[in-house]
Design a binder for this molecule. Sequence first.
Ligand SMILES: C[S@@+](CC[C@H](N)C(=O)[O-])C[C@H]1O[C@@H](n2cnc3c(N)ncnc32)[C@H](O)[C@@H]1O
Length: 265
Amino acid sequence: MRYTREMARSGYVHGEPDDDEVARLVRQARFVAAFSLDTFEAPPGARVLDVGTGVGAMAAQLVRLCPGITLTGVDVSGTQIARARVVHPIATYVQADGASLPFESGSFDRVHMSWVLEHVTDPLPILHEIRRVLTTDGVAHLSEVDHHTLVVEPPIDELRETMAIMNDVQRAIGGDPFVGAKLESLAREAGFTRVSTRRVLLRGDDHDRQVREELHAQFAGLCESLGDALEPADMERARRAAALLRARGDGTLLEYQPVVVRAFP
Ligand SMILES: C[S@@+](CC[C@H](N)C(=O)[O-])C[C@H]1O[C@@H](n2cnc3c(N)ncnc32)[C@H](O)[C@@H]1O
């Protein structure tokens, strides 16, 4: 492993939510909603919790797709919660650890969580809590990364090296960039009785230039968001990877498979 906890320069790979980071998360949420929330449904009046809401980018997508829901967003970071209140004032925001939710058992009809477990040392207490706060006929809707599934053709060395470093940093600070592959068994271990898993194949190539452009922008943004977490030389390489991604055109391919799980208590 190239990075240790001491070498990793911050406890969160994507850094503080400045304007650029908010713009990245909003763009990501719009793209992600199209494939990850197509199976999310909640009737008007449903009580919905978004765990690890960040700046509320996915929370805004939940409200757009399911108007009339009552939405609560929680995040362990006070900075994220403060930004969410300003940028997406569509929910009640509460600062709390997902592993210790300040809500009564059975108080939500739906729980949504996206791109959070990759950042935590122990996903199980969070999944236990999600199950506890759901009603017995509720649904948890979870999306997670699996960086093993990234395919780039022709390869970009700078991106391969940057992703390897990012994965090392993620693990050094206690996270798991491959958690998507384990999500179904983790949900079962947390006591969910029925779990359905979908791997979404996102392929951007000459047949789907729009998806390719969006995937390139997403991964370029990811590289650029690593700022505080990396050593300067590695950050310079990450910036080169981002520039090369943004310059890609015909004859190139980028493929990625995030994992979407629906879990029933
Ligand atoms: C990559 S962001 C995802 C934000 C949002 N879910 C989205 O899709 O745009 C991950 C978020 O998880 C939050 N987080 C990490 N560990 C957490 C925990 N134990 N409890 C609650 N939130 C947590 C971080 O503070 C960060 O805001």
